[in-house]
Design a protein around this ligand. Sequence first.
Ligand SMILES: NC(=O)c1ccc[n+]([C@@H]2O[C@H](COP(=O)([O-])OP(=O)(O)OC[C@H]3O[C@@H](n4cnc5c(N)ncnc54)[C@H](O)[C@@H]3O)[C@@H](O)[C@H]2O)c1
Length: 437
Amino acid sequence: MGRKLSCVIVGAGHRAVAYASYALTNPDELEVVAVADPSPLRRELAAKRFGLPPERCFESAEALAAGPMLADFAINGTMDHQHVPTSLPLLDRGYDLLLEKPFATNESELWTLVESARRNGRRIAICHVLRHAPFYEAIRSRVAGGLIGDILNVQAVEHVSYHHMGIGFIRGKWSRTDYCRSTMLMSKSCHDLDLLAWMKSGVAPVRVSSFGSNFQFRSERAPAGAGTRCVVDCPIESDCLYSARKHYLDHPKRWAFYVWDSLEHIDEPTDEDRLESLRTSPYGRCVWKTDMNVVDHQSVVVEFADGCTATLNMIGGAAKPSRSIHLVGTHGEIQGNLEDSRFAVRHIDPRPGHEYSQEIVDLNVGGDMTGARGGHGGGDERLVADFLRYLNGESPSLSSTTLDDSIAGHLIGFSANRSLDEGRTVDIDLRAPRGVG
Ligand SMILES: NC(=O)c1ccc[n+]([C@@H]2O[C@H](COP(=O)([O-])OP(=O)(O)OC[C@H]3O[C@@H](n4cnc5c(N)ncnc54)[C@H](O)[C@@H]3O)[C@@H](O)[C@H]2O)c1
């Protein structure tokens, strides 16, 4: 075990607090020494949770960065469009960063952050938690070891469940590009784009095409007679698959940190508090009648410099959430589902009476988002532990996502969105523009 490290929380929302909580379970490895958040309630909750005195509670990242260095690093869990503006003053002050994804919302921001990190000589890890999930870690180590030869195709699929689609991208914080300044592809599936780049590590993505739209959640597809708010004026609510009552009141804990955001000031909200919240909050709206402007499904096709192709299909509104990956190499293939924590490794077997050999690798890790071993298949906690080791001087692990490692996946995403908007294939250039060291 390395030296005990200290951190500050920037943006005390559910993600940053989840990572920072590593300090509560591993107090000999990490200590939280300050928080910065404009919300007095969020500051107060974080101060209580981590035992922080008032002088260690700041109103913003900028206010924190204006003072002396207080810790070894900052956990930046602000929203997507705040990642770069809040990180720049922290980098200038000298903080290393554990930074949420997507780390930027467009290419210009991406290069601004890269320039600042390089100029300040700071270490940044991006929270690509799936790289730390045992399922993907085990696949990556086999690919890196050459087990299936040179990869010529990768197929990744993310099925976003109907309830996740509703809470995040129809009714929620990522439903409008002008508000969150990000897209569904980047907010939801930049992990999966990162996985494509990671599996091809060292080979540059060169071209991208993408197609997609909002197929389903439009007013013309609303069931006949649908109202505008499920618990206010909808006569067909009891028959509706997307009823806010069914999604949130019948499952009050499932997406609590999003849907009951407005009730954070109440220790134990009652059903009546929740019902009242759904009468007025964005989460009570009819899914066919919101002002969302993001896609509900998008396909991305990538070509790499060695001729390998890769696809990501992101589909929102699925009955079952799932992530799958299928890699085909010159000597064999790997195929599996994250939720099963199991994958098959197949090799060509041309002997008479044979076709292929198959080994099932079972990682025996339960659950994805809610696993007892931490969110994202155990990835959340392992990501923090990995970053602490990195700051303590160890070389980055196979799963570590330094800022430079995350550039390819992010550029695939920005280029895919440009392809979608402009109806053309988009070239990717991984070289930093002039002026970025
Ligand atoms: N890695 C993952 O798998 C994963 C999963 C979900 C969300 N995310 C990402 O995590 C990020 C945070 O999501 P969340 O739901 O926790 O957000 P959140 O809205 O709960 O928290 C963000 C916090 O930042 C604070 N903030 C705003 N401006 C600030 C400033 N200038 N200085 C300091 N704090 C400021 C807000 O008051 C808020 O409390 C998002 O970018 C999201 O896309 C990542």
